[in-house]
Design a protein around this ligand. Structure first.
Ligand SMILES: Nc1ncnc2c1ncn2[C@@H]1O[C@H](COP(=O)(O)OP(=O)(O)O)[C@@H](O)[C@H]1O
Ligand SMILES: [Mg+2]
Length: 1019
């Protein structure tokens, strides 16, 4: 209830603020059964220009007779989409409420605007139309329809409205207008039904009244050229049809500006120029026709002499027209005889023609407007109908027209009673709602009096019209007296009591209408009902159909049609009240208003409203709409609709006196309860819509994402495929090249090593040695078991492997291959000698590992060089020897055998150092590769110490130590090392570190060895 409670509190607060002047809804009136209280409230408010007051959803409107500043665009905006009771009563509030109900319930509605002539019905209907024109969604197309709907009004008013004593702009025809809306609320089309135009006005107006506006507009406002073309003069006084009421000029009407408006409207409604010309030519013809005068010839027959008007009439040959106006055609068996008219007859025929022309022109106009408003799209529309029909009217002399108009109002009152008072009370009974019946006057009795089959006034009138023999208005009166003389609502001079008789003429009859007594003068009833054109009169204007039905019967059936149209729609009511007869602002005539309040049934309506319920809906419809407001009923309710509604309203916190549960419907007492529910629903709807939107957006985005991912995967696949195909091509090409190279290598395998075969030979060598390693003969004796060497290795294999290898060598190889632990021992040895002492030792560790493994090149070299040595070489390494004098570098091979070390140049032994004479070995602590072998040197001829540089320094020294068993002979020195050049002569090698490795003879005669510092190296 929280939200609804808040809304209710807000609404109540604003209600009290606005209630300062009277009460804006009669339902809230304390003394609601008192007519005086009702009138007081109406008076108070209308004095403050608060012309609108509600009775529930019915709007009572009091004619202010002055322009009020309450119809601006701003006001329209204020009322748009706001609930009924949140703002002061207004015709816009009603219009908006109808529109929104139509939108939400998607059904058809009509607004019945009633009240007597001059009460403000037409104005109210225009205000409603204007509101829709502004408030409905607009597009260029819709604006077009909107303009036509709006502008159809001034056109129809020009042709169908006239000044009467009651109203300067009195509608002399009934109008029911459908506005069609599409599902988005756009006004997409319209349709107008017109009812019984008061044609007699064309030829006759009572004093103080005018003909239809269009005649005066044409004469006053028509352009000079147009008037000239139509043969008209700019003076209403020249036209008989315009001056009978003796008030062609009216201060409240500006015919000139109205003319401009009508011209503009005609072109917006898409009347072609020729249509417009023809239309005004017809209007002018009517005026000319009115001026046609007849004279009596010698025999007393009507004749037309020198009538200039004839020239302007209808484009009909003068002869035919003349004859048509002065003669009647009588069919006698096979012959047609022309019978001349008397002057009176001729005038009658002329007027009948004028009325017929005008009446049919009016119908044509309505049809044209309907064509222009028609919506051709066949999709479903909802409709709001606006019924603005002539109001109940009473003149001094009332004729056939007033009879029809008042009968029409009687019918509408009946409809109102049926839809509100009667059916409402019947419904309570049907639904089992406790109810105290409200008595009301049912005007059905009057309707029956007028329209009952065979006995009603209409039936009698028709019968009298069609009856053979001399039927007159007076015979009609007699017949009525005969047939319905005893009816409580019917009186004539003859039937009346003495007192009443004084108020009645002999030819009068009086009906006691729901809205008061009206005395009708029976004269003219038959003629008007017949609406006869003499036979050749019809020929004159080429009418090609002749309706057999009498006017009043046609009218009756069109009203039945109208009732059916209205009954199929949801009703809304505007009851217009006329505050005074003088059309004056600020005057509130109590008697007049009290009378209207009474006959409009407003008090009864209020009583029913007060006692009843403002709103009712079938359980399933109510539940369907509001079920999102309760978690138990949303999204689906499994039980019966009534149970669902009960649960729902319990959740909403309805109080017991606010509603009643009927058999099939829920009844809600106050509109504000429903509005609060509706407001809560609107908020909830937005929340739900947002959730649905979010879900949908999520769904869309997910869909997009999956699509994108799929697309990306596809692109990836294609790209990978493309790359793979390229790679395959590349590989195929590479393998072809390799294969070709292999073939070429194979073909040139026996040639000396060159570019073409170098790779192939390398492969052959590697392959052979690998195979050899795996297939060594088990014993030395199995000499033939040696693998046959390829030609490239034939020589080496022959010398080194095949012929000279002894068991030790094999053992050695075997050790190297198979006992990596031996290598570990050597590594251990190296580490103990150099770790932490010589700077470049750490960098040589990994190198050392590989150096200490089987190295083919030095081995083969040693194999080759072993031929120059005394015994079998154990190790061999290339070195650079620096001359003791002058320090010239020379490439040498250093070979260790079991007994001595040899310095060899190719196959020549340059120096032999017995291990016994090896005194020591010096190396620097820096990162150079120099070693100095110190030897005992007694003999002057003997060579001195050896200064050597060796790339495999650690390996060579380790080997030497191990082979010569001189592990402790190595000295790691800093700065410089002294050495013997020969006995008694010494030399020096100085060590230092620098940016760059260098070896040179220093100025002091020392050999300077600069080594790159390890720090620089590591950088
Ligand atoms: N709401 C209104 N504001 C101002 N004047 C009004 C209003 N309603 C009616 N009138 C005045 O009353 C006159 C008669 O109103 P109208 O609607 O033609 O009556 P009805 O159609 O009921 O016969 C209008 O011409 C206008 O001068
Ligand atoms: Mg009107």
């Amino acid at each position: 209830m929280g939200l609804i409670g808040l809304i209710l509190r807000n609404m109540e607060a604003s209600l009290t603020a606005r209630d300062r002047v009277g009460i804006q809804d009669f339902v809230l009136l304390d003394n609601y059964t008192s007519e005086s209280a009702f009138l007081d409230n109406l008076r108070k408010r209308s004095h403050e220009n608060l012309i609108y007051t509600y009775i529930g959803t019915l709007l009572v409107s009091v004619n202010p007779y002055k322009e009020l500043d309450i119809y601006s665009k701003k006001q329209m905006d204020t009322y748009m989409g706001v609930n009924f009771f949140e703002l002061p009563p207004h015709i816009y509030a009603l219009a908006d409420n109808v529109f929104r109900t139509m939108q939400s319930e998607y059904n058809n509605h009509f607004i019945l605007i009633s009240g007597e002539s001059g009460a403000g019905k037409t104005e109210a209907s225009k205000k409603i139309l204007q509101f829709y024109a502004v408030s409905c969604p607009s597009t260029k197309l819709l604006n077009n329809v909107r303009d036509r709907l709006l502008l159809s009004n001034p056109v129809l008013e020009a042709f169908g409205n006239a000044k009467t004593l009651k109203n300067d702009n009195s509608s002399r025809f009934g109008k029911y207008m459908d506005i069609q809306f599409d599902h988005q609320g756009g006004a997409v089309g319209g349709h107008i039904l017109s009812y019984l135009l008061e044609k007699s006005r064309v030829v006759h107006q009572n004093h103080g009244e005018r003909n239809f506006h269009i005649f005066y507009q044409l004469v006053e406002g028509g352009e000079e050229d147009l008037l000239r073309w139509l043969g008209l003069e700019r003076n209403c006084q020249h036209y008989r049809y315009l001056v009978q009421g003796d008030c062609a000029k009216v201060s409240s009407i500006n015919d000139k500006s109205d003319w401009k408006m009508v011209r503009k409207a005609l072109s917006v409604i898409e009347f072609s120029e020729s249509d417009i010309e023809n239309l005004f030519a017809i209007i002018a013809s009517v005026l000319h026709l009115g001026n046609v005068k007849f004279e009596a010839d010698v025999r007393g027959y009507a004749s037309l002499n020198n009538n200039q008007e004839m020239h302007w009439l209808l484009g009909i040959p003068t002869q035919v027209l003349q004859q048509g106006l002065t003669h009647r055609k009588i069919e006698a068996k096979t012959e047609e005889v022309l019978s001349p008219f008397s002057v009176d007859h001729a005038v009658y025929a002329r007027d009948a023609l004028a009325k017929a022309i005008y009446g049919r022109t009016f119908n044509w106009l309505v049809n044209k407007i309907n064509e222009s408003l028609a919506n051709k799209d066949s999709s479903r529309k909802t409709v709001i109908g606006l019924l603005d029909i002539y109001g109940f009217e009473v003149f001094n002399v009332n004729s056939f027209e007033q009879f029809c108009i008042n009968y029409c109002n009687e019918k509408l009152q009946q409809l109102f009673i049926q839809l509100t008072l009667k059916s409402e009370q019947e419904e309570y009974e049907m639904e089992g709602i406790e109810w105290e019946p409200v008595p009301y006057f049912n005007n059905k009795i009057i309707c029956d009096l007028v329209e009952e089959k065979h006995r009603g006034i209409i039936a009698l009138l028709d019968e009298e019209c069609l009856r053979p023999g001399e039927a007159t208005d007076l015979t009609l009166l007699e017949k009525m007296e005969e047939e319905i003389g005893g009816h409580p609502h019917f009186v004539t001079h003859k039937l009346a009591d003495k007192k009443t008789r004084k108020t009645l003429e002999r030819g009068d009859f009086r009906l006691l209408h729901y809205a008061g007594e009206v005395t009708y003068c029976v004269v003219g009833f038959l003629d008007k009902n017949n609406d006869l054109l003499y036979r050749n009169g019809k020929e004159v204007i080429s009418f090609n159909f002749y309706c057999k039905k009498q006017v009043v019967t046609q009218f009756k059936s069109s009203l039945v049609g109208l009732t059916e149209i209205l009954m199929s729609k949801e009703p809304w009511y505007v009851r217009c009240i006329k505050p005074n007869e003088a059309k004056q602002p600020g005057r509130f005539d109590d008697v007049l208003v009290r009378h209207q309040v009474k006959y409009l049934g407003l008090m009864e309506h209020l009583r029913v409203r007060r006692a009843g319920f403002a709103y009712r809906r079938k359980y399933d419809i109510f539940l369907q709409r509001y079920k999102p407001l309760c978690p138990d009923t949303w999204p689906n309710w499994r039980g019966t609709a009534a149970e669902g509604v009960q649960r729902l309203i319990k959740h909403l916190g309805y109080k017991p006196d606010e509603y009643k549960m009927g058999r099939t419907k829920i009844f809600i007492r106050h509109p504000r309860t429903l509005f609060a529910t509706e407001d809560a629903f609107q908020i909830c709807k937005h929340r739900l819509a947002t959730r649905i939107q979010a879900k949908y957006k999520g769904y869309r985005v997910k869909g997009d994402y999956l699509k994108q991912r799929e697309a990306a995967t596809k692109i990836e696949n294609c790209w990978r495929g493309l790359m793979a195909r390229k790679e395959r091509e590349k590989r195929a090409w590479a393998s072809l090249i390799l294969f070709l190279r292999f073939i070429k290598g194979f073909m040139t395998r026996n040639q000396p090593s060159c570019n073409d075969n170098s790779e192939y030979l390398a492969y052959v060598r590697t392959n052979y040695l690998t195979r050899l390693r795996d297939n060594l003969p088990r014993t030395v004796l199995e000499k033939d078991a040696w693998l046959t060497a390829p030609p490239i290795l034939q020589e080496v294999a022959d010398t080194a492997l095949h012929n000279r290898f002894n068991l030790l060598e094999i053992k050695y190889l075997y050790l190297l291959f198979c006992f990596p632990c031996f290598q570990l021992l050597l590594k251990e040895q190296t580490s103990s000698m150099f770790k932490g002492k010589k700077e470049n030792y750490p960098f040589s560790v990994c190198k050392l590992t590989s150096e200490l493994t089987f190295r083919l090149r030095p081995l083969f070299l040693s194999a080759v060089t072993s031929c120059v040595c005394v015994s079998l070489p154990q190790y061999s390494v290339p070195v650079v020897k620096y001359d003791r004098n002058g320090f010239r570098p020379r490439l040498r091979q250093l070979i260790f055998t079991q007994e001595a070390a040899y310095l060899v140049e190719e196959t020549k032994i340059k120096q032999r150092i017995d291990y016994s004479s090896l005194k020591g070995m010096s190396v620097s602590n820096l990162s150079d590769n120099f070693l100095i072998l110190h030897v005992t040197c007694d003999d002057i001829k003997q060579k001195g110490d050896l200064v050597l540089q060796c790339d495999y320094l650690f390996e060579a020294l380790t080997k030497l130590c191990v082979i010569a068993n001189k592990q402790n002979y190595i000295k790691v020195v800093q700065g410089s090392v002294r050495f013997d050049i020969q006995p008694g002569r010494e030399g020096f090698v100085d060590f230092k570190s620098g940016q760059e490795s260098m070896v040179y003879r220093a100025k002091n005669g020392h050999l300077m060895v600069v080594s790159e510092s390890t720090r620089t190296k590591s950088r």
